[in-house]
Design a protein around this ligand. Structure first.
Ligand SMILES: NC(=O)c1ccc[n+]([C@@H]2O[C@H](COP(=O)([O-])OP(=O)(O)OC[C@H]3O[C@@H](n4cnc5c(N)ncnc54)[C@H](OP(=O)(O)O)[C@@H]3O)[C@@H](O)[C@H]2O)c1
Length: 173
């Protein structure tokens, strides 16, 4: 099962503030929703609650919310109490690929386990309280990048970048 980690981060690695996104960038939201629609999603409890019922976690989405609370329940979606359990449940459901959507705590614990990173890099710095972990360039190789200039709707330059493990650090089968 392939594990794709997807995030949008600022130039100073900020990804969140007050349990929300610190920027408004409609082109990224469109890219994000288009990429994850119909996919199996994994999210931390805080991120899940911040977007529950809206866009990404609409009813019918298949996925997992991670919480250490023994009695945590989420409508229409499975709950896992550890990273291992979330991958086990995803494998059990037979999907070939999962998208790990954050937030910060979940990225930190899963970046070393991912097979691919899809990162929106926003060319601006923001104040925030949640950060993306460093992308270790000795492990991750950039395989594609599409750069966009700011426009009337999107107030920052931004890139959609994809990273894969460098050949020398690919996991053995
Ligand atoms: N820019 C982006 O791409 C992006 C994407 C997603 C989120 N965000 C932002 O990130 C922020 C939220 O991130 P966050 O770090 O505060 O929270 P988070 O990662 O969304 O959720 C943290 C919660 O997940 C659960 N958890 C964490 N590790 C676990 C484990 N190993 N096993 C079981 N449960 C585990 C715990 O829930 P319990 O407390 O219930 O035990 C923990 O409190 C928000 O500001 C959001 O807007 C940004």
């Amino acid at each position: 099962m392939k594990k794709v980690l997807m995030a949008a981060k600022a130039a100073n690695n900020v990804i969140g503030k007050d349990n929300s996104l610190p920027w408004h960038l409609p082109a990224d939201l469109e890219f994000f929703l288009g990429t994850v629609e119909g996919q199996f999603l994994i999210a931390g409890r805080k991120f899940f609650e911040s977007v529950q019922g809206r866009e990404v976690f609409h009813e019918g989405v298949e996925g997992i919310v991670m919480s250490r609370q023994k009695d945590y329940q989420a409508p229409h979606i499975q709950v896992a109490q550890s990273i291992e359990e979330s991958f086990y449940l995803a494998e059990k459901s037979g999907v070939p690929k999962v998208y790990i959507l954050g937030g910060g705590e979940i990225y930190k614990q899963t970046i070393a386990l991912a097979d691919q990173l899809i990162i929106t890099e926003i060319d601006a710095e923001f104040e925030g309280d949640t950060f993306f972990p460093d992308i270790d360039k000795s492990h991750w190789q950039e395989v594609s990048r599409i750069t966009h200039q700011k426009d009337a709707l999107n107030p920052y330059d931004y890139s959609f970048a994809v990273f894969k493990p460098a050949a020398s650090s690919e996991k053995l089968p």
